[in-house]
Design a protein around this ligand. Structure first.
Ligand code: NAD
Ligand code: UDP
Length: 319
């Protein structure tokens, strides 16, 4: 297959490029480096099955030749990023989704939208099944991301129903692993970087809020299976093992061997109190469930950050 992946220089997009290439497909990666880095795809330079186009997907997209698939992953994803980039976040979720759906329609390609657990907002149903419509504040600071993704889901279903585009929607729950930016502000990268630097880990609020963390290899496997399936309604892909933020902080301190303490900071506005995917549907229609638990995933992630921080001189080599 010949596949277009937007957000290819980002954390998830770059891992998806690797997976599609490993499965023998041809990949065109597209990104404007808003929150991604060239370093995430530099290992693909010279690979004849990979081509990169630097482009803002909110503008007209032109691709030469046929396409069999479009995966729309371009969007700031860390709360820190989308709070700093509110308009770009709204535009890439709305205009970018419209443009990429237009490409899929014109090329008769299958389309997969990267949606998010944030469509459930601060949920009043726990764990969250796909049938839950969510509890989102449209005008709060997180609304720029949540509503852009809800609009993107609606637009995807409209192209499916009205234009007959073959679509998929994945609702991704907190995913972590190598290639996250050390400064991207998400909790796993923050805690690992803080622990490696010997600085206090910053728990927001009481640290009693929960998240369910999925290692990137599991997440990408679920997304790949969904793309290859014929299931067109949204599917949750995430790890249902739920932890408080304080539990995560303790696991990171232990697994890095750090002496760091835990500091408490104000809770950001509208921060969801709980989050955990109900993955019954993914089990049933994709035969998918995660295989890598939190400790194992952290063990595979910590060396990446250790290397990045020592290469940039932030920590002494070998620490
Ligand atoms: P990321 O910030 O690492 O990657 C996003 C990429 O999109 C970046 O490379 C950025 O430069 C690119 N981009 C942004 N706007 C663009 C534009 N207008 N044109 C072209 N490229 C643009 O984030 P990520 O964690 O890899 O997330 C990827 C996707 O998965 C996003 O759509 C996000 O909403 C979704 N998602 C991720 C998670 C997670 O836990 N990582 C959870 C839920 C949903
Ligand atoms: N968080 C934290 N300390 C940090 C970064 C985040 O306590 O340094 C908390 C944040 O308030 C939220 C959870 O960790 O409750 C997950 O935050 P993240 O930014 O990773 O993503 P979210 O799930 O909120 O989209």
């Amino acid at each position: 297959m010949r596949i277009l992946i937007t957000g290819a220089a980002g954390f998830l997009g770059s891992h998806l490029c690797d997976r599609f290439l490993a499965e023998g497909h041809e990949v065109i990666g597209m990104d404007n480096f808003l929150t991604g880095t060239r370093g995430n795809i530099e290992h693909l330079e010279g690979n004849p099955a990979f081509r990169f186009i630097e482009h803002d997907v909110t503008r007209e997209i032109e691709i030469d030749g046929p396409l069999d698939g479009v995966l729309h992953f371009a969007s700031p994803a860390s709360p820190i990023d989308y709070l700093e980039l509110p308009i770009q976040t709204l535009k890439v979720g709305s205009l970018g989704t419209h443009k990429t759906l237009g490409v899929a329609k014109a090329k008769r390609a299958r389309y997969l939208l990267a949606s998010t657990s944030e469509v459930y907002g601060d949920p009043q149903v726990h764990p969250q099944p796909e049938s839950y419509w969510g509890h989102v504040n449209p005008i709060g600071p997180r609304g720029v991301y949540d509503e852009a993704k809800r609009f993107a889901e609606a637009m995807t279903m409209a192209y499916h129903r009205y234009h007959g585009v073959d679509t998929r929607i994945v609702r991704i729950f907190n995913t972590y692993g190598p290639r996250m930016r050390p400064e991207d502000g998400r909790v796993v990268s923050n805690f690992i970087v803080q622990a490696l630097k010997g600085e206090p880990l910053t728990a927001y609020g009481s640290g009693q809020q929960t998240r369910s963390f999925c290692f990137v290899a599991d997440e990408v496997d679920g997304i790949y299976r969904l793309f290859m399936s014929d299931y067109t309604n949204p599917v949750n892909i995430g790890n249902p093992d739920e932890f408080t933020i304080l539990e995560l902080a303790r696991r990171v301190i232990e697994l890095t061997g750090s002496q760091s303490s835990i500091d408490f900071r104000p809770l950001p506005e509208d921060d969801p109190k709980v989050r955990r995917p109900d993955i019954s549907l993914a089990r049933k229609v994709l035969g998918w469930e995660p295989t890598i638990n939190l400790d194992e995933g952290l063990r595979r992630t910590i060396p990446y950050f250790r290397q990045v921080l020592s290469e940039t001189g932030v920590i002494a080599a070998g620490r």
